[in-house]
Design a protein around this ligand. Structure first.
Ligand code: ATP
Ligand code: MG
Length: 545
């Protein structure tokens, strides 16, 4: 007996393998995006599920573009989809287009007509909708339902030849107008659309509907388990009906799982496209976007996204996952992987008045406190420094152990420093701290004379390099009624000062800014002349197990 997995889909597959439902065929899944936008984190869930399921069983997974709608292909979307799947770490078995199967789908439609299982209907879209019935009332049969097979074949041929305008006629499956499942009440399976298709050009003016096309696509590719989201559950009887009426041997089976919903996130290509088109964001890959391109540019790692998808599991009921879990996975992944640097985001100048004017020392600092193997680096220290403004309080709050007049703190990997005097401008703003250091307390001297409670970081003013750092808050917020609105303060750009080594960063390189969080050199905007960094995630987690 196979072990019961928390992933119910794997339990279904285990049973199918035991029963030899598919003979000796391999487990075969597919990821079927419509190339009408960039993929988002919800798609990442589907990608991970389909590809890792195939991997687990030594099977295969196809990338199949669902292009049964005759819209112009957007090469940008196709390229982005493939880049995203590869970035997540997966490689498809075959890359296919649903439109490659139009001939077969047409043959299948003919087969249904010849079996008396499909008919040409002249009702308008509205009439079809109005005669469909409701959950409590059966639908009404179309007056065209009993056309002869010959008549249907002739009319369908005329539809194909382009004799009719869009919407003038449709092909409907002849199932059951009284079915408790409305999808089974003679659904439309082919419609007329006089439109150019990116793949088939003007060969066709009739196009198959998704519910008819999808099972055929799966069957042709010998998909065994066709995984989709819950909204297709009521369509499954139609999926099965199509393949059964076509006498397809060992037909694939559709399995539904709950789509991923995340707090502070809208996952709809249409919604995200609107944000791009109206300029709310700088593009599909704006680091605030929940697109895979966006989170990649933001600095999230494929490992973190895969870990997240694994942790949330596969559910049968819709729910909303807290985005802080995704952030937690990012932190966990970066913790031992990236080097730390000292960066001051909101600088306050410090002068060590008893430190020699022209002296500079090199202080040795570990690159990653959690991972000794990452070694150390030397960081310059001299008389003038920057510290974070929030590391100083003129009148300290209770339990505030950082800089305030009269208090001594440790400057990370350097000396004990005492704040003596506060310099203010005409408006009374603190502009500089005058401090003294104790030469005895150099961090590598083994000094044990006394202890201090606070440790703060610093950057040497003379050698500091300026950074442009983009700090992020959630792009999408929810008001008290649960309505999503766009946060007008989701991006804040600050001028920061960093230790000199950051000027050698490479675009796409990630760091921990000591005591602050994780940051990435922006893959597009970072250059030698302008060191642009994006905040990936802060250090502290609001997520509780
Ligand atoms: P959107 O409404 O954002 O365009 P879609 O479902 O129409 O989403 P498709 O390109 O048709 O987008 O989806 C490709 C695959 O990704 C489908 O199998 C779909 O079920 C799955 N998918 C889409 N959104 C999610 C989600 N939030 N969680 C899990 N899977 C998803
Ligand atoms: Mg869609």
């Amino acid at each position: 007996m196979a072990e019961i997995s928390s992933n119910f889909i794997h339990n279904i597959i285990d049973k199918d393998l035991e029963d030899q439902t598919y003979g000796d065929r391999p487990v075969y899944t597919r990821f079927p995006p419509e190339p009408n936008g960039y993929l988002h984190i919800g798609h990442a869930k589907s990608i991970c599920l389909n590809f890792t399921t195939a991997q687990k069983y030594g099977g295969k997974c196809n990338l199949r573009y669902d292009d049964t709608n005759p819209v112009k292909e957007d090469v940008e979307y196709v390229t982005s989809i493939e880049e995203d799947v590869r970035w997540l770490g997966f490689q498809w078995e075959k890359r296919l287009w649903a439109s490659d199967y139009f001939d077969t789908m047409y043959e299948c439609a003919l087969k249904l007509i010849k079996k008396g299982k499909a008919y040409v209907c002249d009702l308008t879209a509205d009439e079809i909708k109005n005669t469909r019935g409701t959950l409590t009332r059966p639908g009404e049969e179309s007056p065209y339902r009993n056309r002869t097979i010959e008549e249907n074949l002739a009319l369908f041929e005329e539809m194909r030849q382009g004799k009719y305008a869009n919407g003038e006629k449709v092909l409907r499956a002849k199932i059951d107008m009284a079915s408790p499942n409305i999808n089974m009440r003679d659904p439309v399976i082919y419609r007329i659309a006089h439109a150019e298709h990116h793949n088939t050009g003007d060969k066709w003016c009739i196009y198959p509907m998704y519910d008819f096309a999808h099972p055929i696509e799966d069957a042709i590719e010998e998909i065994t388990h066709s995984i989709c989201t819950l909204e297709f559950e009521d369509h499954r009887p139609l999926y099965d009906w199509v393949l059964q009426e076509l006498d397809w041997p060992m037909p694939p089976q559709q399995i539904e799982f709950a789509r991923l919903n995340l707090t502070n996130t809208v996952m709809s290509k249409r919604y995200l496209k609107a944000l791009v088109d109206d300029g709310t964001v700088s593009g599909w890959d704006d680091p605030r976007m929940p697109t895979i391109a966006g989170i990649r540019r933001r600095g999230y790692t494929p490992e973190a996204v895969r870990d997240f998808c694994e942790r949330i599991g596969v559910a049968k009921a819709n729910s909303t996952v807290d985005i802080s879990l995704l952030e937690h996975c990012v932190r966990e992944d970066l913790k031992e992987k990236v080097e730390s640097r000292m960066v001051i985001l909101d600088p306050l100048k410090v002068t060590i008045t008893n430190y020699p004017e022209d002296m500079t020392e090199e202080m040795k600092i570990e690159n990653n406190k959690e991972n000794e193997a990452m070694g150390t680096r030397m960081v310059p220290f001299s008389r003038e420094l920057y510290v974070e403004r929030e590391d100083f309080m003129e009148v300290p709050a209770k339990k505030y152990f950082r800089l305030f007049p009269g208090n001594e703190v440790r400057f990370k990997s350097a000396y004990f420093i005492t704040c003596n005097e506060v310099v203010k401008d005409e408006e009374g703003n603190v502009v500089e701290l005058l401090c003294t250091y104790d030469p005895e307390t150099r961090c590598d001297s083994g000094f044990e004379g006394r202890k201090v409670k606070g440790t703060i970081h610093w950057v040497d003013a003379k050698t500091a390099v300026p950074l442009k750092v983009r700090l992020y808050d959630y792009l999408m917020m929810e008001d008290e009624n649960g309505e999503t609105y766009i946060n007008p303060e989701s991006e804040k750009v600050v001028e920061a000062f960093a230790e000199p080594s950051l000027k050698d960063a490479k675009p796409g390189e990630r760091f921990q800014f000591f005591r602050k969080g994780y940051y990435i050199a922006d893959s597009k905007l970072f250059s030698k002349d302008e060191l642009v960094f994006n905040q990936i995630v802060d250090l502290k987690s609001s997520w509780k197990k």
